[in-house]
Structure formats: structure tokens, C-alpha cells
Design a protein around this ligand. Structure first.
Ligand SMILES: [Zn+2]
Ligand SMILES: [Zn+2]
Length: 245
């Protein structure tokens, strides 16, 4: 299974879990041409798109997905907030959905959106992965993970520095702190979960101005001893459960 990073920031998010015969799109918040390229225009290979919440940087391509007959999956709150019409599949907290060979269990996250979800995703070609973005922290813990895609949005010290020099307003700082994950919370979250089977950590949704990718990667890798990748457009990560890989 290859994870293809199409976009991962407040400018637009989309990720493709690209398997041998089928794939799953996570988010569709980038210009749709980028999705078309990533799936190589083979829309029938894409078994579905799962959308975490209604913000445009995650959801603006839902209509385009439907035009290409990619089934849409999201919470009722998300679909309502978008005003999605047509064929959509409603996801519920902790209720597993089968999407082709993918098993997806949605779980609640903490974000300023209607009914935002993170996803626990399983597939025979990659094992189990948690996907959590746009969340102040993770209310749930997980066992048996093989891969983690987790938001690492900002560093509190960089954020405070930016506020002090007037680059961001206190109001904006408050919003970020209440709805996105800091480096420290990311590290606490990683420490709170069983990482014994985790082979990849992928840090996603880094803030443009309030993060430092090289530093984040280095700190997370040093703290966990697990290969850590920063999600940047065009980056591919092989998700494999074979230890020899
Ligand atoms: Zn976002
Ligand atoms: Zn959001």
C-alpha cells in the first residue's frame, strides 16, 4: 500500500491510500486536478472518499468526487454542514464501515466543526492506521496500530512568538489552540498509545507560519524511535506490515 500525499495544510488536504487493486481517498480539499493526477484518472479504482469535516481545505471537492462516481463517506453533521446532496454514506462514531477491502472506524475529534471525525483504517495490504487531523487532542487511545497519520500543527513557542511580534492576532491564536494539535500534544498522544507495532509516523497539517518541519520530524523521531515523515505534496510513503520492508 502506498500513501500518496496530495496536499496537507490549511491550503488543502488530500491523501490517497493506493493499493494493488483498490484505493481510498482521505479528504478532498485540494484543486481536483491534483486528485485526478494522483489517481492517474483511474476513478473506478477509488472505492470511496472519507471526509473528516466540512472545512473547505478538507471537503471542497465532494461534488467533483460525486461527478466521478467516487462514493462519499462522512458524518451526518459534516454532510449537513456542506449541504451535500446526492449519494452520500453517513458514518457514525465507532461504527465500522466497509469500503471495498478497507475497514474504517470513525471516532470523534475536537475541532470547531459540526461533527468532525478521525478514522481508524484497516486493509490487508497495510494493517491498521490511525488518521487524525484538525483536533486539539485525541480523546481515544488505540491498540495494534501499524501506522499513524497525526496532526502536528504548531509549536506553542513559535505561535506565541508570532503573536508577540504582531504576525497573528490573539483571537487567531486562541482558535488555533482550541482546534489544532500542538507538537507537545502530538508527543503526548504518541506516548499514550501503544507504538510497539507502529512502523511509520506521518505528521500532517503543519501550519505554514507556526511550525518547523525539520525540527518537528527530528523531535518526534527521537522521542519515538520510529521513522517519521512530514506530509508534503508529492511525498509517497510505503505502508507495509512486513517487518523486512
Ligand atoms: Zn484543516
Ligand atoms: Zn478544519
Amino acid at each position: 500500500m502506498t500513501l500518496r500525499i496530495i496536499g496537507s495544510s490549511s491550503a488543502g488536504n488530500a491523501y490517497l491510500l493506493d493499493g494493488e487493486n483498490e484505493s481510498l481517498l482521505i479528504e478532498c480539499g485540494v484543486p481536483f486536478g491534483k486528485v485526478e493526477k494522483a489517481v492517474n484518472f483511474e476513478f473506478s479504482k477509488v472505492k470511496g472518499v472519507i471526509v473528516s469535516h466540512e472545512h473547505g481545505d478538507h471537503a471542497k471537492g465532494i461534488g467533483k468526487c460525486q461527478e466521478r462516481r467516487i462514493p462519499v463517506y462522512a458524518s451526518k453533521g459534516t454532510l449537513d454542514a456542506i449541504g451535500a446532496t446526492g449519494d452520500c454514506h453517513v458514518m457514525e462514531h465507532h461504527k465500522m464501515m466497509r469500503i471495498g477491502g478497507f475497514g474504517v472506524i470513525p471516532f470523534k475529534v475536537v475541532h470547531d466543526a459540526n461533527e468532525p471525525f478521525g478514522f481508524l483504517i484497516n486493509h490487508a495490504e497495510m494493517g491498521t492506521m490511525v488518521f487524525a487531523t484538525d483536533t486539539a487532542y485525541l480523546p481515544s487511545k488505540f491498540a495494534g496500530l501499524n501506522h499513524m497519520m497525526i496532526e502536528c500543527n504548531y509549536s506553542t513557542s513559535i505561535l506565541d512568538e508570532n503573536m508577540k511580534r504582531g504576525a497573528i492576532l490573539p483571537m487567531v491564536r486562541d482558535r488555533i489552540v482550541k482546534s489544532h494539535m500542538s507538537l507537545d500534544t502530538c508527543l503526548e498522544t504518541l506516548a499514550a498509545n501503544d507504538l510497539s507495532q507502529v512502523r511509520n509516523i506521518i505528521l500532517i497539517h503543519l501550519s505554514d507560519g507556526n511550525s518547523n518541519a525539520a525540527m518537528f520530524r527530528e523531535i518526534v523521531e527521537r522521542n519515538t524511535g520510529i521513522i517519521t515523515t512530514i506530509a508534503e505534496p508529492g511525498v509517497n510513503v510505503e505502508l507495509n506490515i512486513n517487518p523486512s520492508f
